[in-house]
Design a protein around this ligand. Structure first.
Ligand SMILES: NC(=O)c1ccc[n+]([C@@H]2O[C@H](COP(=O)([O-])OP(=O)(O)OC[C@H]3O[C@@H](n4cnc5c(N)ncnc54)[C@H](OP(=O)(O)O)[C@@H]3O)[C@@H](O)[C@H]2O)c1
Length: 229
C-alpha cells in the first residue's frame, strides 16, 4: 500500500516523519513545488525522493494537509483521480482569528469534503494532533489519541490498521458525523492549552478505554493504570 502526503507545511512534515518511520519507501511526498518538497525531505534526513503531485495521487491512501478553505477546491480539482481512493482528512475549519469555525454545527469539514468527492472514502484522523505532538506523541506517559471516523466501515478499518504501527493510540470513532465533535475538540483543546500556557503541546487521551498491553481484568484497576501511565 502506498501512502501519499500532500503539502510541505507543519502537518505535512509531521506526518512525513511519522509515516516514513513505519512505512519507508511506501510513502510518497509531494507539494505544489516538488523541489521544495525535496528540500523538506533532505532537512529531515530521509532517504526519499519527492514526487510530482500527479504521481503522488496514484497512491492508495492520500493525505492532503491543506487548510480547509483550500481543501474543497483542491478536492474538486482532483476528484477524478481521487475516485475509489481513501482520502484522510486532517483539517479543522478554523476562521481567520482561530477562535471559531467556519462550518455550521450540523456539519463538519470531513462531511463537506465527502460531499465534494462522493466516490472517494473520506476517513478522518489526526484532527486533534498538533504538529509538535508528532515529535513526542507520548505526553506525561500517555499516548496521544487519534480518532478515526468514516462512513465506510472498510475504509475506517483499513486506516486503523495503517495507523497501528505509529506511536499513537488509534480509536474507532464511528461515522463522519462524529467529526463535528472531534474537530471542535481541537478548538477546545487550543483554548485550554493557551490558558495553561502549554499551547500547542496538548493532546487528548480519554481515560477508561482499553489500555495496550494490559489484561482486560486489570484495566479498571487504578493502580495498574497508574503503572501503565
Ligand atoms: N497545525 C496543526 O497543529 C494542525 C493540527 C491538526 C490538524 N491541522 C490541519 O492540518 C492542515 C494543515 O495545517 P498546517 O499547520 O500544516 O498548515 P501549513 O503549515 O500552513 O501548511 C499548509 C500546506 O497546504 C499547502 N497549500 C496551501 N495553500 C494551498 C493551495 N491553494 N493549494 C494546494 N495546497 C496548498 C501548502 O503546501 P505546499 O506549499 O507544499 O503545496 C502548505 O504547506 C489544516 O487543515 C489544519 O486545520 C493542523
Amino acid at each position: 500500500m502506498k501512502i501519499a502526503i500532500i503539502g510541505t507545511g507543519r502537518m505535512g512534515k509531521g506526518l512525513l516523519k511519522t509515516f516514513y518511520q513505519a512505512y519507508g519507501q511506501q510513502v510518497l511526498f509531494s507539494g505544489r513545488d516538488v523541489a521544495h518538497a525535496q528540500t523538506v525531505i533532505n532537512e529531515l534526513d530521509l532517504a526519499l525522493q519527492a514526487v510530482p503531485l500527479e504521481e503522488a495521487l496514484q497512491a492508495d491512501v492520500i493525505i492532503p494537509t491543506l487548510w480547509f478553505k483550500d481543501l474543497l477546491p483542491w478536492a474538486e480539482q482532483h476528484k477524478e483521480i481521487l475516485r475509489g481512493k481513501i482520502v484522510i482528512d486532517i483539517s479543522n475549519p478554523f476562521n481567520e482569528k482561530f477562535d471559531d469555525f467556519t462550518t455550521a454545527y450540523d456539519t463538519s469539514a470531513a462531511e463537506e469534503l465527502q460531499k465534494v468527492i462522493p466516490d472517494s472514502q473520506v476517513v478522518i484522523a489526526f484532527k486533534n494532533t498538533y504538529w509538535v505532538v508528532f515529535d513526542a506523541p507520548v505526553l506525561q506517559g500517555l499516548k496521544s489519541d487519534v480518532y478515526v471516523a468514516s462512513n465506510t466501515n472498510q475504509a475506517r478499518e483499513t486506516v486503523m490498521q495503517l495507523l497501528k504501527p505509529l506511536p499513537f493510540r488509534v480509536l474507532d470513532a464511528g461515522l463522519l458525523k462524529n467529526s463535528r465533535i472531534i474537530e471542535r475538540m481541537t478548538l477546545l483543546s487550543s483554548e485550554l492549552a493557551r490558558k495553561a500556557g502549554n499551547h500547542p503541546r496538548i493532546a487528548f487521551n480519554l481515560w477508561g478505554l482499553e489500555h495496550e498491553g494490559l489484561p482486560k481484568e486489570q484495566q479498571n484497576e487504578p493502580t495498574h493504570l497508574a503503572q501503565v501511565h
